[in-house]
Each structure stands twice: as structure tokens, then as C-alpha cells.
Design a protein around this ligand. Structure first.
Ligand SMILES: Cc1ncc(COP(=O)(O)O)c(C=O)c1O
Length: 382
């Protein structure tokens, strides 16, 4: 079976995890902080805080932004439900902006048009690893005093152009905080895991406390004089969203491989682009001039959405796994029951979208098989 996505773990990764398991530190040791420093350095941000999942990291970022009851936040329906769910955890109401029909990213102008006095933040997803139009969104939203959170769960290793230079996603040039996931199909994995990057010390402190029960052990931050050397303070209601040391050890080892992972993903995407450009059945993904995608996914868009079901079953029979990203968040019963209206472009995108296999360990043979079998699956399809 050629799946739509798969992690890559080798003996070096395993050795690093085993070394950490033998070190005596399973959790709350030095590795999570080392991973934070390495992530911040790789992305070009001042601070990183690791979390137990991308969802927990989103929860932390929205909390740090001050999102709460009575607030609205603007986001996209073309994402995994967690992007919106994390705002509901804080009692805020999601408002969904429609998407660009080709990239699948939030339409920056549509998002800006939805701002009301109740809006506190905008959460924009780098769909499939392609950076959203951050410059337009961030500059206008910041002028309005809003916080922009970048759900970059697909986009570790992607780049965007800023002032004529390529910068890594996570540098937070066009967001106040960028959120990553290290779930297995993402750019790198720690099993489950996530991180928030920021250049703002205030956000950093809030993120750190939120992920550790709202507790600080930093004497300079204490609100009361310490009772003794054991002293720590719980200053806010937080969660246990920590990452373990053996997960962070895996993350550190994976991060060294990230440049090669992204290179390989981009090679596979270029191979598909060449094979499929101009074909009569579907459109291939676009890459804007300002973006270098991490190609977490290779999302094709069918010209005839009625062929989607048949395509899934025919390719499954041929040993090729497809996926659909995403069922718009507004389509889920939980969100429908809130009376939230659908976004027309996101609905149309959903009907047409299919993710075909892309992952670093894909072989030349796998790629050629997909390039042969995919067009064949449209034969006689109505
Ligand atoms: C866009 C997006 N946001 C958030 C998440 C949540 O990340 P995690 O699975 O690490 O909680 C995912 C994971 O699939 C995602 O794709």
C-alpha cells in the first residue's frame, strides 16, 4: 500500500530516544528545552514552547492572545477541527472566513471584512504547507489591534518572502505566534507533540505557564516572597500540556533531517507537477511567488467532483491511499448545531479536493506508480 502520508524514523532517531530513556530523565528533564531552542533557532524566532500536541499548542496560543468568553475569532473552515475547537475551549465564538479557491488558504480580505468590535484574533492555516497571504492579513489585522495566530501545523520547513528575503515559517514575521504539530504525518514527528513560536516575551511567559499548570518557578516572576528553596507559584489556571524528554529527543533528531525531508517533498511535488500539468481531469496545487511550500500534502482539485468517490475506491484497489483534506469544519454536526453558515468556496473545494501520496520515504517506483495509476482511474469515469 502506498499511503497518502507516512512518518520517517530511522535507527539514529531510535538511538536518541533510547539514550534519553536510559538517561534517568523521562519527563521534565533537559530535552524539551533543547528542542525548544533548536526549533526557535531553525525558524528564526526568539522563543519556542513545546506542547503535548498541536491542539494543546493552539489552545496555549489562543490563551496567550487573551481570547475568552464573549470574544470572536476569525478562522478558516478548510482545516482540521482543532483550529476552531481550541477557541471554543476558551469560550470564544468562531467566525469562518472563506478561502482562496486555488491554495485552499484563508482569503485574507474576506477575513478582514469579518472583523467586528468583538474580534480578538485571527487564526490562519498554512494549508497543505503553503504559507497563507500573511503580509496582507497581518499588517491590516495588527493595525486593528488584533492578534494573528498562524496555524502552521502543516508548514514546518516552509518559507515565505518578507522584504525581498526568504524567511522560514515560524519566524513570526506575519503572525504574533506560529503553531506547529509534530504528529506523525507532519514535517517531523515526536509521536504526539506541538510547539508555539513567538518573538514576544509576554506571550512566551504565558505559553510556558499555561503548559505547566499555570505554575512558575522563576523567582523574578513571583508575586509573593518565596517561603524557601522549594517554593513555586501557581498564578493562573493552566494545564499539563508538557512534552516528555523522549519525545523531545526524537524531535531533536528529526529536526536535523528536516531540510532533507522538505527537499524530498518538494522533489516529489515537482515530479507530480511535471507528470500532471495540463491533464484533463484535475488541477494541480499552485505555489504563489511569495511562498515555498513544505508540501505536507499534494492536494489536487477534480474538475468533475462526481468522480471523487470512484477515484477513492479504484485507487484503493490498486494499493494507493488517498485522503480528503478537509471536510469543512462548518460541516461537522457539532458546528452545524451552532447555526454557523457554510463558506461556499470551502464547500466547493471540499467536493473536489483529493490528497495523493507524498512523504519523504516515497521511492521513485512509488511515484511512478501513482503517476501511472491515477490517470488510469479516470478511464470510463462519469
Ligand atoms: C491544520 C491543523 N491544525 C491543528 C492540528 C492539530 O494537531 P495535533 O494533531 O498535533 O493535535 C492539525 C493536525 O492534524 C492540523 O492539521
Amino acid at each position: 500500500m502506498i499511503p497518502y502520508g507516512r512518518h520517517y524514523i530511522d535507527e539514529e532517531d531510535i538511538a536518541e530516544v533510547v539514550k534519553t530513556l536510559r538517561s534517568g530523565w523521562i519527563t521534565q528533564g533537559p530535552k524539551p528545552h533543547e528542542f525548544e531552542e533548536a526549533l526557535a533557532q531553525y525558524c528564526g524566532a526568539s522563543y519556542a514552547v513545546v506542547f503535548s500536541s498541536g491542539t494543546a499548542a493552539l489552545h496555549g496560543a489562543y490563551y496567550a492572545a487573551g481570547l475568552g468568553r464573549g470574544d470572536e475569532f476569525i478562522t478558516t473552515a478548510m482545516t482540521f477541527a482543532a483550529t476552531a475547537n481550541a477557541g471554543l475551549y476558551l469560550g470564544a465564538r468562531p467566525v469562518f472566513a472563506d478561502i482562496e479557491p486555488d491554495t485552499g488558504n484563508i482569503d485574507s480580505q474576506a477575513a478582514l471584512n469579518l472583523i467586528t468590535p468583538k474580534t480578538r484574533l485571527i487564526s490562519a492555516v498554512d494549508y497543505a504547507g503553503h504559507p497563507y497571504d500573511g503580509k496582507t492579513l497581518y499588517e491590516a489585522a495588527s493595525r486593528d489591534g488584533l492578534i494573528v495566530v498562524e496555524d502552521a501545523c502543516h508548514a514546518l520547513g516552509a518559507m515565505h518572502m518578507a522584504d525581498g528575503r526568504w524567511e522560514r515559517i515560524g519566524s513570526c514575521r506575519y503572525s504574533h505566534m506560529a503553531v506547529f504539530s509534530t504528529h506523525p504525518v507532519k514535517s517531523i514527528t515526536t509521536g504526539e507533540g506541538g510547539a508555539v513560536l513567538t518573538n514576544d516575551k509576554g506571550f512566551y511567559k504565558k505559553l510556558r505557564m499555561f503548559s505547566q499548570h499555570g505554575i512558575t518557578k522563576t523567582a523574578a516572576d513571583f508575586q509573593y516572597p518565596p517561603d524557601g528553596p522549594w517554593y513555586y507559584e501557581m498564578q493562573t489556571l493552566g494545564y499539563n500540556y508538557r512534552m516528555t524528554d523522549f519525545q523531545a529527543a526524537l524531535g531533536l533528531s528529526q529536526l536535523l533531517k528536516l531540510p532533507n525531508f522538505i527537499k524530498r517533498r518538494r522533489e516529489i511535488a515537482a515530479f507530480y507537477d511535471n507528470a500532471f500539468r495540463g491533464n484533463p481531469h484535475f488541477d494541480i496545487p499552485v505555489e504563489r511567488d511569495y511562498a515555498k511550500s513544505a508540501y505536507h500534502l499534494y492536494p489536487i482539485r477534480l474538475k468533475n467532483p462526481k468522480q471523487k468517490n470512484l477515484l477513492f475506491s479504484r485507487l484503493k484497489d490498486q494499493g494507493i491511499g488517498l485522503q480528503c483534506h478537509y471536510i469543512p469544519v462548518t460541516r461537522h454536526p457539532f458546528y452545524r448545531q451552532m447555526g454557523i453558515p457554510p463558506c461556499p468556496t470551502a464547500e466547493d473545494f471540499y467536493q473536489r479536493q483529493v490528497s495523493i501520496p507524498i512523504y519523504p520515504a516515497m521511492t521513485e517506483d512509488d511515484m511512478k506508480t501513482v503517476c501511472r495509476k491515477l490517470p488510469e482511474a479516470f478511464d470510463d469515469a462519469k
